[in-house]
Design a protein around this ligand. Structure first.
Ligand code: VGL
Ligand code: ZN
Length: 196
């Protein structure tokens, strides 16, 4: 069973959004085109409360993209993004969501960020995605979405740890930091992540 996991394709991550990924909107057309090739399609959705500690605005004298230590972990401070119930957190209207069977929300706990669609960054809380996919008999997972070097990257790592066959669809993902993504890609083959 071929399963597509659409990671965080949301208004705030495409041009015009508060944390826009360069050319992030270009993944939408590609995803819409490939949807019929999959037996199961799920999506993840970054879904933060306004007081989330990953927002620079919730810290005194800190600026956007600064790195701090938060509860013993490094945390990048982001612009406010994907606030629960706002337009920025919505899926773009042009993304075809009709065949999406389930949506897994993440980043709801204000004290911990959640880049991966499977687990919080400290690996203590699960979104339920792994259990859902295993219960459905999904073994071959194909990943797409935003941002390639952040949430897609950490989702791929967890998919491997959860023993799924893990493939990244290169045409359907875009990074925030192109250089960082190039380095990450160089390690994919050795890690057992397929690219297509
Ligand atoms: C993301 C930074 C903060 C992402 C989410 O979806 O890649 N990046 N929150
Ligand atoms: Zn976020």
């Amino acid at each position: 069973m071929k399963t597509l996991v659409i990671v965080d394709v949301q208004n705030d991550f495409i041009p015009g959004g508060s944390l826009a990924i360069p050319n992030g909107d270009t993944v939408i057309k590609v995803i819409n085109t490939i949807l019929p090739n999959f037996d199961l399609v799920v999506a993840t959705q970054d879904w933060h409360p306004q007081n989330h500690t990953s927002f620079a605005s919730n810290h005194k004298d800190k600026h956007v993209f600064e790195k701090i230590r938060l509860n013993g972990m490094e945390q990048v401070l982001w612009p406010d993004h994907c606030v629960q119930g706002t337009f920025g957190a919505d899926f773009p209207a042009s993304l075809n969501m009709k065949s999406v069977a389930a949506i897994f929300r993440k980043g709801m706990d204000k004290n911990i960020d959640s880049y991966s669609g499977f687990y919080d960054n400290n690996h203590k809380q699960t979104t339920g995605l792994s259990g859902y996919l295993k219960q459905k008999g999904a073994k071959d997972l194909y990943f797409c979405g935003l941002a390639a070097d952040i949430c897609v990257y950490y989702t791929l790592q967890d998919a491997l740890n959860e023993d799924f066959n893990t493939t990244l669809l290169l045409d359907a993902t875009k990074p925030l930091d192109q250089k960082k993504f190039l380095k990450q890609k160089q390690n994919f083959a050795a890690q057992g992540i397929f690219v297509q």
